[in-house]
Design a protein around this ligand. Structure first.
Ligand code: SF4
Ligand code: SF4
Length: 161
């Protein structure tokens, strides 16, 4: 969804994303029950852990650098479009919960996307339809939202409460 701002080549050269260390494992996206049923069928070797909110997290390896189990070094993300987490589709933007509202934020570590100003990203998010889709996602899948952290810059507020 961000291909106008960020090319596949940029990401292939950078390779920063889709790997997590203990400090950023919290960022790993959650899945709902229907998605987990399909994922278990497609990826029988991947383990899932049920959370208190009824959603599921992937069980990551205990290696210092935990690679997403859906990542192929050769092919990139193996998930079909309908199962790919929304935050992965719009990364390095993401949707977070800030108090009772949902906000579209910018991940601070991507050098490519951070070449754009927040105003340019806000315009792009509105014109490309990301804002509308992000709002729908925040309303329908609110248990998947992670709590806002100060290091993420707010691009636009999505919901009023
Ligand atoms: S940090 Fe940015 S350029 Fe690098 S892989 Fe992630 S999204 Fe792509
Ligand atoms: S689901 Fe796909 S895009 Fe998201 S972290 Fe895993 S490999 Fe990367």
């Amino acid at each position: 969804m961000l291909s106008k701002l960020l090319s596949k080549t940029d990401c292939a050269l950078c390779k920063y994303c889709c790997e997590f260390d203990k400090d950023d494992a919290w960022e790993f996206p959650l899945f709902n029950e229907t998605e987990v049923k399909e994922l278990r069928f497609l990826f029988p070797d991947v383990g899932f852990e049920s959370l208190e909110n009824g959603y599921y997290s992937v069980i990551l390896s205990s290696e210092p650098l935990m690679v997403c189990p859906f990542l192929s070094r050769e092919k990139g993300c193996l998930l079909p479009e309908e199962l790919k987490p929304f935050d992965c589709k719009i990364w390095p933007l993401r949707v977070m919960r800030k108090e009772k509202t949902a906000v579209l934020v910018l991940e601070p570590y991507c050098k490519i996307i951070n070449r754009y100003s927040i105003e340019e990203l806000r315009q792009f998010a509105i014109e490309s339809g990301i804002t509308e889709r992000a709002k729908e996602y925040a309303l329908n899948e609110s248990p998947k939202l992670k709590e806002y952290r100060e290091e993420f810059e707010i691009v636009i507020r999505l919901t009023s409460q």
